[in-house]
Write a protein of this length. Sequence first.
Length: 285
Amino acid sequence: MNMKRKVIKQRSSYTITLPVKWIKQLNLRPSSEIDVNEIGKKLIVSAEKSNEKKSIEINISNLASGFVWREVLGLYRKGYDEIIINHKDQISLLREIANYLIGFEITKQEENKVIIEDIAGLENANFEIIFKRVGFILTDLSQEFYQLLQNKIKENEIIVLDRNLDKFTDYCLRFLNKKGLESFEDIPIYYHLVSQIEYIGDVYKEAVFSKPKKEEIALFEKTNNIIKLFIESINAKTPEKKEKILKTYEEIKKLEKLLSKKETTSSIYLKIINTSIKNCINLLF
């Protein structure tokens, strides 16, 4: 609910009033402390302190491993700092998950209970650096996939890059949910970009494993060029950004024409990547 408040001058400071309904709902009193965070042109007033540990307890005893991964990753992305997990002989799986989560470790282990906790925090994390790394990983991964198509590397050599892309995109989503950005308007944009970068990596993998014909391999090289331009467009500063975006659009249109000539399983995947990138760069203007 949007509410307007007048700024009241109080000698050497300024004050605003707080809604009575909000005060009563949270049982706040004249001596209660609230947390005020400055983010760009916005002030966030909260009854919870921003550095308060966010904890949750779950039971995974009857869940298959895939669902356990989804459950814990979802809580990690949402910004939980401590996940207390009740389980049944699933310690090996939980160790694997804890090793995957950036900044998290198993801090307590009992017979059927494990605590996975954030021991690094996000205080000193820099989103711009993390996000750039995600883009570089996608670029490197696409090149590795192209090498795989040419039988120049083995499949197991790209597993690490693929997993790193997932790890760092999950870490970016956690950062956006928990810490946010200086500009609120940028949060949904970057959330979409990060999610799509992970998606593009997954679709590219499916395209490669669909066993494209030799004459289709050149299309993957052109796709790699578009991916590279896309990442450069995201990271470029004004006025270079607009120039990079327009160049990316030009390459996308060229590839669209080539992909429309013949529809195969591989070309369908590449079309999806092309469309995803085109939709992403529309957000950059």
